[in-house]
Design a binder for this molecule. Sequence first.
Ligand code: HEM
Length: 163
Amino acid sequence: MAAFGLWPSPSWVPRVLSLDDHVSYQLLSWARLSITDVQLSNGMVVPSHTTAMVNMWNITHDSDVWKNPLEFKRERFMEAESGANVDVRGGDLRLAPFGAGRRVCPGKNLGLVIVMLWVAKLLQNFEWVQDEIHPVDLEEVLKLSCEMKNPLVVMAIQRNVPF
Ligand code: HEM
C-alpha cells in the first residue's frame, strides 16, 4: 500500500496495536485498508485486509522531525524564522491535517480559507484579553482530536469596527 512506502522513518512503521498500547493517548489519524500483502522495507509484511491508521500525533511529536516538538512555537512554520516550509495540503507527511494521497480531504482548500477567515474576523472585531484567574494553559489532551486540557477562558472586547 502506497501510504506505508511514503513514511520516511522506521519508527513510524505501523504495527499491530494491543490494549496495552494506550491507544487513547495517540492520535490515530486517517486510515487505509491494504488490498494485497505489502512487504515493507524493514522486512515486515502487512497482510491483505489490514486497516492501518497513521499515527499523526507521533509524527508531529517526533524530535527527529521537529525541533523541541512539545513546545508551542508558531515560528517553527515561518521560513523567515528559519522554520519549516510545510505543505499542509498532503504533500509533506511531517504535517498532514487533511490526509494525503488519493483519499486526501477534497474540502481542504475550503477548510483553510474558512478557518483563516474566522480567525481574521475574530481578531479584527475583538480584542482578546486573558483571564487573570485562568491564564492561558497550552497543555493538551488527546480526544478524537488534540484539544486543550483546560478550556480557554478569555474576555472578548468588541472593537469599534462593523462585524
Ligand atoms: C479544517 C477543515 C478540515 C479538516 C482538518 C479535514 C480533514 C480531513 C481528513 C484528515 C480526511 C481524511 C483524508 C485521508 O484519508 O487521507 C478528510 C476527508 C474528507 N473530507 Fe475533510 N477536512 C476538513 C474540511 C472539509 C470540508 C470543508 C469538506 C467538504 C466541504 C470536507 C470533506 C471531506 C470528505 C468528503 C472526505 C472524504 C474523502 C475520501 O474519503 O475520499 N472536509 N478530511
